[in-house]
Design a protein around this ligand. Structure first.
Ligand SMILES: Nc1ncnc2c1ncn2[C@@H]1O[C@H](COP(=O)(O)OP(=O)(O)OP(=O)(O)O)[C@@H](O)[C@H]1O
Ligand SMILES: [Mg+2]
Ligand SMILES: [Zn+2]
Length: 282
């Protein structure tokens, strides 16, 4: 008997999959499966001699795929895909009161994620606002949404308030595939809704009705919503004069006053510095 045959007969099981760094346990090639061959069965008819088994990483992999799918479908802008609450900087603001506000906001965001179950049971969301544009409202709201998807498996939809209105308006076209109620229904029912840039301008009666339809349903069904806005909840009445939208939002959200300082301007300055160096040299 030659050496190869001898070793095959004493140990006929061969692992065909080469382990790679894509597997956290370094057991499979990142696919979640390990292929195995039983050489002792190779000449037997109608006997399976090659099969795959689940790797230890399989459950984790499926979970991660579900998270990725939820994030893909969420409408979260790609630039905020990797934004996390922990990487929300509080030292980046120049003014002391901005830094203090950022510390409070970041802590509240972390506590919200940690205590999401109780928040969800009671339908409590957050309302992040500050007058100054570019201060981090969308950044923080999206970071919370990202954390809730990955840690709590929540379905999330992110939409700018004016885009929501345009989506509904589009359904009035003859060739629209969706009806108004289908669009509204999707925002009523999603596990976590993020409405970005609420109250950007005074709402028409039609716009107010759409926001009422969504917020009223979410309030009654304890579905949490995150809002960002340039105005406080008490000022919402100036934008939704019927008063019902503001009242509902007040009931369903905890208000967080964000810094009144633009990080977007800071970012633009330093980004342009880098490009100016390319254009003009040092
Ligand atoms: N605390 C922070 N740490 C890190 N990056 C930040 C922080 N705050 C803001 N940024 C960055 O600054 C930019 C503007 O932030 P963001 O879009 O969240 O502002 P905003 O308050 O939503 O503005 P607007 O009122 O115009 O909607 C983004 O690129 C964001 O990533
Ligand atoms: Mg914003
Ligand atoms: Zn694996």
């Amino acid at each position: 008997m030659n050496a190869v045959r001898e070793s095959l007969e004493s140990n006929p099981i061969e692992i065909l999959t080469s382990p790679s760094e894509d597997c956290p346990f370094r057991r499979c090639d990142g696919t979640g499966f390990i292929w195995i061959k039983d050489w002792s069965k190779r000449h037997k008819k109608n006997v399976v001699d090659e099969w795959k088994e689940e790797c230890e990483c399989y459950d984790q992999l499926i979970k991660q795929r579900e998270i990725d799918k939820k994030l893909d479908l969420s409408g979260i802008p790609p630039i905020f895909k990797d934004a996390t609450v922990r990487s929300f900087r509080t030292d980046i603001y120049q003014q002391t009161d901005s830094r203090e506000r950022a510390v409070v906001a970041r802590k509240a965001a972390i506590n919200y994620v940690t205590n999401f179950e109780v928040m969800q049971e009671n339908g409590k969301g957050l309302y992040l606002y500050s007058d100054v544009k570019g201060s981090g409202k969308t950044r923080l709201a999206v970071s919370i949404a990202n954390a809730l998807v990955s840690q709590h498996g929540v379905d999330v939809a992110f939409i700018k308030s004016m885009d929501l209105i345009s989506q509904v308006r589009k359904t009035f076209k003859n060739d629209s595939e969706l009806t108004e109620s289908e669009v509204v229904e999707s925002y009523r029912k999603v596990g976590l809704l993020v409405i970005d840039d609420l109250a950007i301008k005074g709402a028409s009666e039609f716009e107010e009705r759409i926001f009422y339809d969504i917020t009223d349903y979410r309030l009654e069904h304890n579905k949490p919503t995150l809002f960002t806005s340039n105005v406080s909840i008490d000022s919402l009445e100036d934008f939704y004069p019927g008063g019902r939208v503001g009242k509902r939002i007040k009931k369903m959200s905890l208000e967080i006053y964000m810094p009144e300082e633009s990080i977007r301007d800071q970012e633009a300055d330093s980004e342009n510095d880098d490009f100016e160096k390319i254009l003009f040299g040092n």
